[in-house]
Design a binder for this molecule. Structure first.
Ligand code: DGY
Length: 306
């Protein structure tokens, strides 16, 4: 895959363990025309200004909240992301989390590994069924829709809210999925899954007030961005059993996870894995590289950010 890039440019490949430091990034980008980066790289104003010849920043992620897109634009730098290619993989993973938290798989595994399993018991770690219940999607873009498409297999009906239905008055039916206001979705859903990008408008969209509106029997799933949920408020809601449980793939301060969450049994915590299959990660990398090749050749990028 990298050979494609080598054919058109001299490549400076970072091989370090963990994310590159901002200092090293600034130094290495200073004479470059293109940058391929991931969501742990903060491509802020200072980094962008350190690269006067930069033409394109190709993020190997669908989310691009790690990039100061407005500043890049003002400098004439194209920003691209990797939509579509990870949609199915993230949707599958979301259902993995839904099933795992509602059927208490991680709790069961912890119990067994601790040596605390005393044998089959009629009421051991009873879970909740999905059939006949409502899946509420916060965000109804590509990934939200792919999650919705899998709901009939589990007998769930789907409700969603998105920016276009922020006003309850605008809510309409959209095929098998029902549009509704965020408040109504919070009050009526049994499983709520977050699929919005992180923007100033969605930061802490799920706060104490939102959590208090959820059913006590409801579960919250997040494979989008950690900061869409106020993590401290979520820990409080789980401690108080205001909701039944949560399954998180993303966190406010990755790789740190709040110590309150780490102590709770009713939350499933995994390390930002949703798009992590060999197939999808390869396709994401390939798309990012193709975006660079297009821009360096003077052609429009394949997937510029909106
Ligand atoms: C994405 O593509 O946005 C994933 O969360 C990986 O960063």
């Amino acid at each position: 895959m990298l050979s494609k890039l080598h054919a058109v440019a001299a490549v400076d490949l970072y091989r370090g363990e963990g994310p590159i430091s901002q200092e090293e990034l600034r130094a290495r980008i200073s004479d470059k025309e293109a940058l391929v980066c991931v969501s742990t790289d903060a491509i802020d104003r200072i980094v962008l200004d350190a690269a006067p010849q930069l033409k394109v920043v190709a993020n190997v992620a669908v989310g691009y909240d790690n990039i100061d897109v407005a500043h890049a634009r003002s400098r004439g730098v194209v920003v691209t992301n990797t939509p579509d290619v990870l949609t199915e993989s993230v949707a599958d993973f979301t259902w993995g989390l839904i099933l795992a938290i509602t059927r208490r798989l991680a709790e069961g595994e912890r119990l067994l590994r601790r040596g605390d399993w005393k044998g089959w018991a009629f009421d051991l770690l009873l879970g909740s069924e999905l059939r006949g219940k409502q899946l509420g999607l916060i965000g109804h873009g590509r990934i939200g829709r792919a999650v919705a498409a899998r709901a009939p297999a589990f007998g769930m009906r789907v409700a969603y809210t998105s920016q276009s239905v922020a006003d309850a008055a605008a809510a309409t039916d959209d095929g098998p999925a029902r549009a509704m206001s965020l408040d109504r979705l919070l009050i009526t859903s049994d499983v709520i899954s977050v699929h919005v990008p992180l923007t100033p408008a969605t930061r802490h969209l799920i706060d104490k007030r939102a959590l208090a509106r959820m059913k006590r029997s409801a579960f919250l799933i997040n494979t989008a961005r950690g900061s869409v949920i106020d993590e401290a408020a979520l820990a409080w809601a789980l401690q108080q059993h205001l909701i039944a449980g949560a399954a998180l793939d993303v966190y406010e301060h990755e790789p740190a996870v709040s110590s309150e969450l780490l102590q709770l049994e009713n939350v499933l915590l995994v390390p930002h894995l949703a798009s992590g299959t060999t197939e999808t990660r390869s396709t994401m990398a390939e798309l990012a590289i193709d975006n660079v090749i297009e821009v360096l050749a003077g052609r429009p990028p394949l997937t510029p950010v909106a």
